[in-house]
Design a protein around this ligand. Structure first.
Ligand SMILES: Nc1ncnc2c1ncn2[C@@H]1O[C@H](COP(=O)(O)OP(=O)(O)OP(=O)(O)O)[C@@H](O)[C@H]1O
Ligand SMILES: [Mg+2]
Length: 261
């Protein structure tokens, strides 16, 4: 827990996380932290435990260890409670309402977060229409900001390019805002242009003070956007450091990067 550079307190801190699936130890005593306005990368070979680490952090798996959001111990908080506190997560697999349009998927998230009540809508239909228009406007702007162009808003999510589906996933996770945003392989299936756009988006969110955690296999992307990187291997934390340190770490080169170098 000693850091050479005394800085502000981390926004999200996980300590000693462990996950087991039967006899398999997917995650073993993993600790890291991320600050407001920082991008933390998590890398490691397939099956290293990266997604399990997210499951553990967001309380979507039975796990050991502790989680703090700001100064608050949120270890016992359920996933929806964490989201309400500003800890938002996108998944490795896209998950949408398949029969709703792209825009309505976004509206649904915004409406849920806004706590749009049913009762006023029933009593005051004109208010519902105005509210709906306002949400659609907000949703369309958000989607554009997250790289889903207007031409796609009326389509079903399954009918837009896979790269745009990944961007949609991020927008849906972010919703009306996040203090911490956890992304699981956001660049999977993205082409060069979309990848640059994603990097730009992440830098923009960081500049606004969002703490971002990104699991990613695309080394160019992670090395260019991350402030610090955690390397997982076989459920354990192999190394933590800046991209420069990680790229030079012999253990990392041997275990992981060496294959690609
Ligand atoms: N629900 C589950 N039940 C049983 N085993 C699981 C489950 N989820 C993950 N595992 C196993 O736990 C280990 C870690 O998996 P995890 O999905 O966390 O890895 P990962 O680093 O995200 O891999 P990838 O890069 O392929 O997404 C793997 O051996 C995986 O097979
Ligand atoms: Mg994974």
């Amino acid at each position: 827990m000693t850091s050479p550079v005394p800085g502000p307190a981390p926004l999200l801190r996980v300590e000693g996380l462990g996950v087991r699936y039967g006899a398999l130890v997917a995650l073993d005593d993993v600790s890291w932290e991320v600050h407001a306005g920082e991008i933390l990368g998590i890398i490691g070979p397939n099956g290293a435990g990266k997604s399990s680490c997210y499951d553990a952090t967001t309380h979507m798996a039975t796990r050991t260890g502790r989680v703090w959001l700001g100064s608050r111990d949120v270890t016992a908080e359920p996933p929806f409670g964490l989201a309400a506190l500003g800890l938002k997560r996108a998944f490795q697999q896209n998950a949408f309402f398949a029969t709703l349009t792209v825009l309505d998927n976004m509206v649904a998230v915004l409406a849920r977060e806004a706590g749009t009540g049913l009762l006023p809508s029933l009593l005051l239909p004109w208010r519902e229409a105005a509210q709906r228009r306002a949400l659609e406007h907000e949703a369309a702007n958000l989607l554009e900001r997250f790289g889903v162009p207007r031409a796609m808003h009326a389509l079903r999510p399954g009918n837009i390019p896979y790269g745009s589906q990944r961007m949609l996933s991020i927008a849906l996770a972010f919703g009306r805002g996040a203090r911490v945003l956890m992304l699981d392989e956001p660049a999977a299936g993205l082409g060069g242009v979309d990848m640059a756009r994603l990097a730009e988006l992440l830098r923009g969110l960081r500049a606004e003070g969002v703490a971002i955690v990104v699991i990613e296999h695309h080394m160019d992307l992670i090395m260019s956007v991350a402030d610090r990187i955690v390397v997982l291997e076989q459920g354990r934390c192999l190394a933590t450091g800046t991209p420069q340190q990680i790229q030079k770490d012999p253990r990392v080169l041997e275990a992981y990067l060496g294959q690609a170098a």
